[in-house]
Ligand binder design. Structure first.
Ligand SMILES: C[S@@+](CC[C@H](N)C(=O)[O-])C[C@H]1O[C@@H](n2cnc3c(N)ncnc32)[C@H](O)[C@@H]1O
Length: 276
């Protein structure tokens, strides 16, 4: 499910023995250019000015942070991740090649509940990572911290996935550009608590497999639950954004617009934009 890219066919240059899991992850699930363009566009539309300082929570390799600071010399950013490994990968692959410009981003090896160095105009948590917070109290604590830490006109953007298929125990394999497959494994789902065990595997043309390259234990939060929590955390307005549909009417077109109802798709990815 959490995948925002469509595949193209090519020869494989990867095997389980030689592939780099962060490279495969970025190729399979991340689209920093449209994601950052969306964040900047929403802020501009709501606030009538340009957002300059950005914060990426659960940043992993900091792909969005890197994309943000490329926007101009005035754009700065902070990325937060608890794990030194993806941060080191991002430093080497995204920021070092930028030379001096890379210093406009500060990568914190820290908990997302820690305060920013500078109050962000836009803060985001992508690819559902904030679903590590399992209880209402934990989620509210995180969201209150986000609200307090934002700049005066700041916005918080969270992505969501859902639909009946999100609650099914199933595997979805998608062929990726580069000649490998991305496997999203919804291994277990508990209807009583909405806890889920999820994993990402990669399969290669030579028959090899990188199993459990990434594993997650999340609570599958719903749109109304998150909306209520955001208001309770102090946000003045919460706008859901829904993805439009391609001409074929089958797949998403990557264009997100405000909605009050959404569409009853089997599986969907959407955003909540919370305004301070
Ligand atoms: C699914 S990855 C997200 C990567 C990236 N944000 C994306 O959009 O694909 C989740 C990341 O959250 C980090 N993480 C988990 N708990 C955290 C916490 N309490 N504070 C900071 N980072 C955390 C993990 O180390 C991991 O790199």
């Amino acid at each position: 499910m959490p995948k925002k890219k469509s595949p193209r066919k090519r020869k494989s240059r990867f095997t389980a023995a030689t592939a780099d899991k962060y490279e495969l992850y970025e190729m399979s699930v991340q689209s920093p250019e449209p994601d950052v363009a969306f964040l900047a566009r929403v802020y501009k539309k709501e606030r009538g000015k340009q957002a300059l300082h950005f914060r990426e929570d659960f940043s992993g390799t900091g792909a969005l942070t890197a994309q943000w600071i490329k926007r101009s010399r005035r754009h700065t950013a902070e990325a937060f991740d608890i794990d030194p490994e993806p941060l080191a990968w991002g430093r080497e692959r995204h920021f070092a090649p930028m030379g001096k410009a890379g210093a406009r981003a500060v990568l914190h090896q820290a908990d997302v509940r820690d305060p920013s160095r500078k109050r962000p105009d836009v803060r985001c948590a992508q690819n559902f990572s904030y679903w590590i917070f399992m209880t209402r109290a934990e989620m509210l604590h995180y969201l209150r911290g986000c609200h307090e830490d934002l700049a005066r006109d700041g916005i918080l953007v969270l992505d969501m996935f859902g639909g009946p298929e999100a609650m099914q125990e199933m595997e979805e394999e998608t062929e990726q550009d580069g000649g490998f497959s991305y496997v999203w494994d919804q291994d277990e789902f508990w209807p009583v608590t909405h806890e889920a065990s999820l994993a990402i595997h990669f399969r290669f043309k030579d028959g090899s497999e990188m199993r459990n390259a990434f594993t997650y234990r999340w609570r599958l939060w719903t749109m109304p639950e998150m909306t209520d929590l955001l208001y309770e955390a102090g946000f003045a307005r919460v706008d859901p954004y829904w993805e439009g549909t391609d001409k074929d009417g089958e797949s998403g077109n990557g264009v997100y617009t405000k909605t009050r109802r959404g569409e009853n798709d089997l599986a969907w990815v959407s955003y909540l934009v919370a305004l301070k």
